[in-house]
Design a protein around this ligand. Structure first.
Ligand SMILES: NC(=O)C1=CN([C@@H]2O[C@H](COP(=O)(O)OP(=O)(O)OC[C@H]3O[C@@H](n4cnc5c(N)ncnc54)[C@H](OP(=O)(O)O)[C@@H]3O)[C@@H](O)[C@H]2O)C=CC1
Ligand SMILES: O=C([O-])CC(=O)C(=O)O
Length: 432
């Protein structure tokens, strides 16, 4: 007899799997439209009475998303949503789910490390025709990991199906830049992916869905995505710059000879590219301004800044591929910063939409800035930040780059014809 999972107020526990395994009505295969499937549901009242799930096979409507393997034998998620004793499910979609970053991230999500040890989640994995088999492999590994909090795994290649009702969309899938490829071409190819996914989110995701864009160039991809999803608040879109913040914290800790938990208030301003600005003016070590602790201004202005800007590229040279594990960790950090209250006085960096920002940064781009959260998934920009000429001059350079990128993708944001004239030094962190 296999195992399935049941939750009670006392926490998750394993119980024998219910009798009767549900199968797809047709063999699983890549497809654009969902097939009719058979699903299992749970009698929530009975379950509440005796604490053990009972599976009931029911015919699903044609719109039912396909579950995967053991996850089809568990519960009717909608019925579970209604039970008082269980936390409401948080639906999480991940694109590029068969890629390297996801291979680390999905297991962190399933373990409860991200949303909490009392938060059951369904995972909705988006792939493509080319990755569908690998996606099945990922789902099999998730099955074999017996995560008590993992309530459903569904895999698919149609974002309109996979993004149905999602509360969080983690958009990782994107084409990496190949040899000889112009950055403008990458913007165009990947931009199209994020325009399509934005439209799908707009049509089917939760109206308050949070969207974190990781696929590069992530700031401009996030802008494209939000412009194609006008039904979702622009404030809910993020571009991942948390990896850069973590890299900056590590370098400051190394230089100061402290462990990195002593480093706070580190902001990455701007683009996730080599124009990004790691801010040492506002950063603190043990609650003191970094400039009081590290007196080597030349190191801060030159070596520190360049090391953080180019860390991704150096790592590619060593590893032969871009950061995957540390990127997954930084995605966890980025989400946790939004779903848990920010420690008093501190802040975190995330690329957000620049409407009404207090710093004077151009409006209508996705720019990394210092933010605080009450832990409700929302954030406010930090206002207690210092600015000097060095910092401002660099911020303007990253701003100029993002404004240029925006012009390249005007055809994807509904703002007319694209005109692409990128500064030559515009590079991803992975390009050195
Ligand atoms: N913001 C940040 O801090 C960081 C961002 N990144 C970016 O994250 C993205 C994913 O990285 P990683 O997981 O390592 O990459 P992988 O190459 O391992 O996986 C990327 C996935 O993207 C999907 N994809 C979508 N469209 C295309 C396409 N046209 N051509 C090829 N693949 C495509 C593929 O899946 P499928 O076939 O299922 O579509 C593939 O599995 C990259 O854009 C990378 O530059 C990486 C590190 C840090
Ligand atoms: O450039 C890349 O593909 C990898 C990347 O974003 C990083 O390491 O910061």
């Amino acid at each position: 007899m296999g195992l399935s999972t049941v939750y009670s107020p006392a926490g998750p526990r394993l119980v024998p799997a219910p009798l009767g395994r549900c199968r797809s009505a047709q063999p699983r295969r890549p497809r654009r439209a969902p097939l009719a499937t058979v699903r299992c549901s749970v009698d929530a009242t009975k379950q509440a009475q005796d604490g053990v799930a009972t599976a009931v096979a029911t015919e699903a409507p044609a719109s039912r998303k396909e579950c995967f393997g053991v996850f089809c034998t568990t519960y009717d998620l909608k019925a579970e949503d209604k039970t008082k004793s269980w936390k409401k499910l948080v639906n999480v979609a991940v694109s590029g789910a068969a890629g390297m970053i996801s291979n680390h991230l999905l297991f962190k999500l399933a373990s409860g490390e991200v949303f909490g040890q009392d938060q059951p989640i369904p995972l909705k994995l988006l792939g493509s025709e080319r990755s569908f088999q690998a996606l099945e492999g990922v789902a099999m590994e998730l099955e074999d990991s017996l995560y008590p909090l993992l309530r459903e795994v569904s895999i698919g290649i149609d974002p309109y199906v996979v993004f149905q009702d999602v509360d969080w969309a983690l958009l990782i899938g994107a084409k990496p830049r190949g040899p000889g490829m112009e950055r403008a071409a990458l913007l165009d190819i990947n931009g199209q992916i994020f325009a399509d996914q934005g439209k799908a989110l707009n049509a089917v995701a939760s109206r308050n869905a949070k969207v974190l864009v990781v696929g590069n160039p992530c700031n401009t991809n996030a802008l494209i995505c939000l412009k194609n999803a006008p039904n979702i608040p622009a404030k809910n879109f993020h571009a991942l710059t948390r990896l850069d913040e973590n890299r900056a914290k590590c370098q400051l800790a190394l230089k100061a000879g402290v462990f990195y938990d002593k480093v706070s208030n580190v902001t990455i301003w701007g683009n996730h590219s080599t124009t990004q600005v790691p801010d040492f003016l506002n950063a603190k070590i043990d609650g003191r301004p970094v400039k009081e602790v590290i007196k080597d201004t030349k190191w801060l202005e030159e070596e520190f800044t360049l090391t953080v800007q180019k860390r991704g590229g150096v790592l590619i040279q060593k590893w032969g591929r871009s950061s995957a594990a540390s990127t997954a960790v930084s995605i966890v950090d980025a989400i946790r910063s939004l779903v848990t209250p920010t420690p008093e006085g501190d802040w975190f960096s995330t690329g957000v939409y620049t409407t009404g920002n207090p710093y004077g940064i151009a409006e209508d781009i996705m720019f990394s800035m210092p933010c605080r959260s009450k832990g409700d998934g929302d954030y406010e920009l930090a206002s207690d930040v210092l600015m000097d000429d060095f910092l401002w001059e660099r911020i303007k350079k990253s701003e100029a780059e993002l404004l240029a990128e925006k012009k390249c993708v005007a055809h994807l944001t509904g703002e007319g014809n694209a005109f692409c004239d990128l500064p030559e030094d515009t590079m991803l962190p992975g390009e050195v």
